[in-house]
Design a protein. Structure first.
Length: 110
């Protein structure tokens, strides 16, 4: 998925990534965009708009104040205007470790 981050009308950042997670009603979870993953907390935005482009692909627009995130739900090459064939991004997980840190449950003793 391609993303574009705007502040006002200025393009601040853009890139490609996989949508790793979409959550709601989880205030402790932030939205973030990296070259490898996209995690969205839909409660971080005032509203969501979407449109079907002429090429039948979807574009999502997440708005919070003057900040806008545009997500193009399209194969990487199509979103970047590089052709119409879907492309898979190479991702080597051998150097990464995924951890989830949890706090204590209510009532747990030290």
């Amino acid at each position: 998925m391609a993303y574009r981050y705007y502040r006002g009308h200025e393009l601040v950042q853009h890139g490609l990534g996989w949508v790793e997670r979409i959550v709601g009603n989880e205030p402790e979870t932030s939205s973030y965009f990296t070259p490898l993953s996209i995690c969205l907390n839909v409660d971080s935005f005032e509203h969501l708009e979407f449109e079907t482009r002429p090429d039948q692909l979807l574009t999502y627009r997440l708005v919070q104040g003057d900040e806008t995130i545009m997500l193009d739900f399209a194969p990487a090459g199509v979103a970047a205007g590089e052709g119409t064939e879907p492309q898979q991004l190479a991702f080597d997980t051998s150097g990464y470790v995924q951890m989830e840190l949890l706090g204590r449950e209510a009532g747990e003793e030290e």
